[in-house]
Write a protein that binds this ligand. Structure first.
Ligand code: MG
Length: 356
């Protein structure tokens, strides 16, 4: 088995501003796993909010690779053997999970959604994120989101009500709001949520900082809208605790460690009667494809991270009638394009494991 990794800077097609700051580029670490003539691909999108960087991600991958075993087809054993090798670093774990699953799907000659018994017909449309911006630019942002059934508006900036009012002047589409921990006063948060409910907003994602859990417990008791945990949901163990302060959770492969952990998270969330959103980072279509294979299992979809890139280094993901759908090719169903050099010819590749 040969495993290689490549750290790549992905250029965004617009500035992406949330309550924590603005970015115009995103870093991904791609994993390529080769064995017996088949290749599995995975993507990590490390996030500083969770103490991750491309460097920490590469380090974690190197440590986990040592424990992977010799046969990637036995992915359940491989994933169990890396459990606990590294604390946190879920983006690295997600990349490894994706590469193993992509490889496994290819050994079976089937797309993962079929192997997992998932009915793509039941996939909901995804929303389109509108980053924090000047109210004057909202009409343009809404126009760019024409093909999407709903909008997810980032709040927690200087003029939250101005942004929503400007959007409501040009569309009556459902709006979801994501404050990214940007509201710190619970009384003001409740007043804003009531105002947003009158504006036809359907849910609020992470209104307050993850650390203000008792304020969230109070807010859940008073909020007219469902509250969804995103930054607060960082481990499967935290889910029961979160149920006191939120009506639902945003499960992202990059946060929970990949497709298999996401399936476990979905099962736990259902057992606690929590609503489930499946979200993403600003990441390429490879990482989004992995989520798309599972997407019909959740209630709300926010799988638009790849639409913020000038170009993704992988092809194969479909966008039809507002829905992000995987291809019918085996595994994740994605093919690297000329934006990412073929791993066997790229001098910059780090060879983490070669056991052939
Ligand atoms: Mg969020």
């Amino acid at each position: 088995m040969l495993v290689t990794v490549l750290n790549k800077t992905l250029e965004l097609n617009q500035a992406f501003t949330i309550s924590r700051g603005t970015k115009t580029q995103s870093e991904s670490v791609f994993v390529c796993l080769r064995h017996n003539g088949l290749v599995g691909y995975g993507e990590a999108s490390p996030n500083a909010r969770y103490e991750e960087s491309p460097g920490s991600c590469m380090q974690a991958l190197a440590l986990m690779m040592d424990r992977l075993g010799d046969c990637p087809s036995h992915y359940r054993h491989a994933l169990q053997s890396i459990h606990g090798v590294v604390e946190g670093q879920y983006a690295a774990k997600a990349a490894l999970d994706m590469a193993l699953m992509d490889y496994f799907g290819k050994t079976q000659g089937e797309p993962l959604y079929k192997l997992w018994g998932v009915d793509l017909e039941q996939a909901a449309p995804t929303c389109r994120t509108i980053p924090i911006g000047d109210p004057d630019s909202m009409a343009e942002q809404v126009k760019a989101a024409e093909q999407f059934a709903s909008l997810k508006v980032k709040l927690g900036g200087d003029d939250d009500r101005g942004m929503i009012s400007a959007i409501r002047e040009v569309t009556d589409k459902p709006i979801r709001v994501d404050a990214n921990e940007g509201w710190t006063d619970r009384d003001k948060a409740l007043a804003d949520i009531k105002w947003l409910a009158d504006k036809g907003v359907e849910l609020i994602e992470q209104p307050m900082p993850a650390g203000q859990h008792q304020d969230m417990v109070w807010l859940k008791q008073h909020s007219p809208l469902p509250l969804i945990a995103d930054e607060a949901f960082t481990s499967l163990q935290s889910m029961a605790y979160l149920a006191d302060g939120y009506h639902g959770v945003n499960i992202k492969l990059q946060k929970c460690g990949g497709t298999q952990a996401a399936m476990a998270a979905i099962a736990i969330a259902r057992s606690l009667s929590l609503d489930i959103m499946m979200g993403c980072m600003v990441e390429s279509s490879l990482g989004i494809a992995a989520a798309a294979h599972l997407s019909p299992l959740v209630d709300y979809l926010d799988l638009d991270g790849h639409f913020f890139l000038k170009r993704s280094p992988f092809d194969g993901l479909r966008f039809e009638n507002g829905r992000v759908l995987p291809s019918d090719e085996p595994g994740l169903g994605m093919t690297p394009n000329d934006l990412i050099l073929p791993p066997e010819t790229d001098d910059e590749l780090s060879k983490l494991m070669d056991r052939d």
